[in-house]
Write a protein that binds this ligand. Sequence first.
Ligand code: HEM
Length: 274
Amino acid sequence: METMKSARKNDTEDVGSDLSEQIKAATKDSHVRAENTTLMLDYQKGKITLPQYKLLLCSLYEIYRALEEELDRNASHPAVAPIYFPQELARLQTLERDLEHFFGSEWRQRVIVPAATVRYQERIRRIGEESPDLLVAHAYTRYLGDLSGGQVLGKITQKSLGLSSKDGLSFFSFPGVSSPHRFKQLFRSRMNSIELTEGRREEMLREANTSFLLNIQVFDDLQKMLSVTTTEAEDQSEGDAVKSKNMFPSLPSMQFTVGVCVALTTVGLGFYAL
Ligand code: HEM
């Protein structure tokens, strides 16, 4: 769409036979759509709020839990082994740290996710069970994204939320990766070493687009959840919702309303075929 902005270079020309080039070209439009979701646009404008960030962390936690458990379980699969970099890339523990920072030691009871996150998680688990080679597409979408635009988003988060230290921002930090640029090159070359039939290669490109779509749906669902929670919080605290320690309204009746909305969205899951 011509009104959409993209921060990426024009890379449609000269797509070679390497999987890394093909996957980048095949997901170009999806990337633009992901960048132009309300959540990501808010990010780019430096308008990310604490409730947005906390909700995003909850969903990222569930997504990476599924992704990293499936990668671990399939670590010796011939397609997964070349791109298996738990030391350098694993995000699960960083997300646990960030969640504990914002929600306290009882954070596990406070993790709440929309239906789209559940669908994303289920997709990764099914891929891990039935077609582990396609985990490469999911690892590509998340990790290379985290090492690209994600690095800028980390700085924006710190500034937007006025955080003085790196506490709560572990997700964006990759101590095992000294140069994101060089590491991405390594990851791409490992992807290119994977042997794939033409059919599996096409399946991989399709799965990468599915992965982007799932991310887009998560961002859209998070915005819907927020439009319920922040409106109510604003009403209650005269526009001071962002400073609230608790992302959700404290009144039991409001918690119930939010719960019902989330439950309805989650039930909708059964009707949504990928
Ligand atoms: C504010 C939103 C975003 C911005 C500003 C952004 C920006 C960028 C930039 C500048 C690059 C480097 C492009 C290049 O080297 O040519 C990139 C790469 C990438 N981004 Fe994003 N991005 C955003 C959101 C996302 C999201 C939501 C995802 C997926 C969930 C994603 C996945 C990727 C991937 C997989 C790459 C690597 C492409 C490749 O080299 O093959 N990005 N992004």
